[in-house]
Design a protein around this ligand. Structure first.
Ligand SMILES: NC(=O)c1ccc[n+]([C@@H]2O[C@H](COP(=O)([O-])OP(=O)(O)OC[C@H]3O[C@@H](n4cnc5c(N)ncnc54)[C@H](OP(=O)(O)O)[C@@H]3O)[C@@H](O)[C@H]2O)c1
Length: 274
């Protein structure tokens, strides 16, 4: 029997065509994004920023990107105070983390915890869940409602620079719930009018996650193996975290900025040079 007469053969052919088409699309996107890596004196920028005595909060510091971000921020010592806002108390063994302030909040009643959001210059949001974990409603609740409410409270509390980890393809007009939700929350936070609002749109996160996420795992295996062929389709969490920090140090930048995967990679590379 000819293999292409069987269902397996058809599936295989379809998959091959799909992968090639996907590669073409991403190759186009790859070439349409800027490849320029800005020159920066990171040490001088860190020192300059340190002098400003800024404070920050992180939402989602127990998550994969949030953990990496926290590590970068603690190691670089660029803030005079770091507050973690989350639904549970975290424990750290490393002494470097002993001065962290933690605020445990109930995200369903965030208005009652407005004080936790007061007095921070900079806010980082790496919150998020999945439809598989929380259902469609639960996903929107976390990735939209909790994120937007947190941003509102942060703005009211005096935060001037808000960083949002969104996603590649975020688009409020998308028919996909995930991309639509990400796009909507980006747009609504932009309307809050932060002095500076930085949106990060990473592709698939390359991460060694404890929690089981089969779809993400399959994507990671494929994209990790072909990361040099499809550089815009994946990114490590350390790179995202470093990009967030480097971008923070670029004080006085434009009011609203969207960093696509390529720009995140470029900033991440700068952040890797310690
Ligand atoms: N995975 C990807 O490939 C990918 C790609 C592009 C963008 N993104 C986006 O990047 C962001 C960070 O992703 P990640 O994989 O680093 O995150 P993650 O590891 O899943 O961590 C998510 C964080 O959100 C918190 N959280 C989740 N559900 C919550 C709830 N119901 N109430 C309060 N807090 C809750 C978690 O707290 P607990 O520790 O207490 O659960 C954790 O701190 C997300 O917005 C995600 O959509 C992901």
């Amino acid at each position: 029997m000819n293999i292409f007469d069987s269902n397996w053969g058809k599936t295989l052919s379809f998959f091959t065509v799909f992968v090639v088409a996907l590669a073409a699309v991403f190759n186009y996107l790859e070439n349409s994004e800027t490849d320029e890596i800005p020159r920066m004196d990171l040490n001088a920028m860190e020192e300059n920023y340190r002098q400003k005595n800024r404070t920050c909060f992180i939402l989602g510091a127990s998550g994969e990107t949030g953990k990496a971000l926290l590590k970068e921020i603690v190691e670089r010592n660029i803030f005079s105070k770091i507050t973690l806002i989350g639904r549970r108390q975290l424990t750290f063994e490393d002494k470097a983390y002993e001065n962290l302030v933690q605020k445990v909040v109930d995200f369903e009643k965030l208005d009652e915890y407005a004080e936790a959001f007061h007095g921070h210059d900079v806010g980082y949001c790496c919150l998020g869940t999945t439809k598989a974990k929380a259902g469609a409603e639960g996903f929107v609740r976390v990735d939209h409602d909790y994120v937007l409410k947190s941003a509102e409270l942060a703005k009211a509390g005096g935060c001037s620079h808000f960083h949002l980890e969104s996603s590649k393809g975020a688009d409020k007009t998308s028919s996909f719930l995930y991309l639509k939700t990400k796009g909507q929350v980006e747009a609504e936070i932009e309307d809050l009018g932060f002095e500076r609002f930085s949106v990060y749109r990473p592709a698939v996160l390359l991460v060694d996650r404890e929690e089981s996420r089969p779809a993400e795992w399959v994507a990671q295996q494929f994209l990790g193996a072909f990361s040099s062929v499809f550089p815009t389709m994946s990114i490590s969490i350390t790179t995202v975290a470093r990009a967030m920090v480097v971008n923070t140090l670029k004080d006085g930048e434009k009011k609203v900025e969207i960093l696509e995967n390529k720009a995140i990679c470029n900033f991440g590379k700068i952040g890797a040079k310690k």
